[in-house]
Design a protein around this ligand. Structure first.
Ligand code: NAD
Length: 262
């Protein structure tokens, strides 16, 4: 794909300091977009900024909790003040949250997972609209196969509810925003090799208790027999961000090597 049409274009990526967000930030920067990394892990985001600059790209780091409305609003304004436009938003930041059977899950833990994964998606979309209204844009949301058709992981009710909510929200947003030529698409990865589980699963017996397999058994991803890579998701994200996908909106795209069909 040519980087030509991307010259001067600007993307905001939430959760851009690691995993799928980091790979997508680098993929978009390679294609000529300027990239704002919105994340709570500022130091890691600064490392990604350096990587992007090393490739000859431009990046901005905004130390922001995606569930905090005032911080999100201020971060979007900072991007506009810095680069003067906004073309792509990738609402990707997310957590597994507390993994616990429903009867033990506290309402606060439920709220916290929903805030980080779903409220953040609403905020990321809402504050993009004024800046995309005139010339259109592309909003991409990272949901999960847990939000659509594969309910993996006993104990992940809050996560799955937040991911299903992102799908419904993304479809409504696609309908509402079509009049502004703002496209909204939802990406549903299966297992992808990142650090997302690092604070979720502390001990093996805890894993055993909630019956989540530690390894993905042979064949659990029929296409490659192993979890996908963040770079594979990033290729899809770039396609959805680019003009190559300009007739695609309101779509829910699984990227899981057919894991969710088993
Ligand atoms: P990751 O942990 O590597 O990246 C998540 C990023 O989000 C991190 O940079 C983290 O700092 C950031 N983040 C978390 N809470 C935040 C907050 N409150 N404010 C700002 N930033 C915050 O994990 P990942 O696997 O790359 O996850 C990215 C997205 O992909 C998530 O929405 C996740 O649910 C989704 N997903 C991941 C998988 C998988 O197997 N890895 C599968 C399906 C969906």
């Amino acid at each position: 794909m040519s980087t030509e049409g991307n010259a001067g274009k600007v993307a905001i990526i939430t959760g851009g300091s690691s995993g799928i967000g980091r790979a997508s930030a680098i993929a978009l920067a390679r294609q000529g977009l300027k990239v704002a990394l919105v994340d709570i892990k500022e130091e890691k985001a600064l490392e990604v900024k350096q990587e992007i600059e090393h490739l000859g790209g431009s990046a901005l780091v905004l130390d922001t909790d995606v569930s905090d409305e005032q911080r999100m609003k201020a971060s979007y304004q900072a991007v506009i003040d810095h680069w003067g436009r906004l073309d792509v938003v990738y609402a990707n930041a997310g957590i597994n949250g507390k993994v616990e059977p429903i009867e033990d899950l506290s309402a606060n833990d439920w709220d916290s997972t929903l805030a980080t994964n779903l409220r953040s998606t609403f905020l990321a979309t809402k504050y993009a609209i004024p800046h995309m209204k005139k010339e259109g844009g592309s909003i991409i949301i990272t949901s999960s196969i847990n939000g659509t058709r594969k309910y993996r992981g006993f104990g992940m009710s809050a996560y799955s509810a937040s991911k299903a909510g992102q799908v419904a929200f993304g479809k409504m947003a696609a309908l509402e925003l079509a009049r502004y030529k703002i496209r909204v698409n939802i990406v549903c990865p299966g297992a992808i090799k990142t650090n997302i589980g690092e604070n979720t699963f502390k001990e093996e017996d805890e894993l055993e208790k909630i019956r989540i397999p530690i390894e993905y058994p042979e064949g659990s991803q029929p296409l490659e027999h192993k979890p996908g890579s963040p770079e594979q998701v990033a290729d899809l994200v770039y396609f959805l961000a680019s003009g190559q996908s300009n007739h695609i909106t309101g779509s829910v795209i699984h990227i899981d090597g057919a894991e969710s069909l088993l």
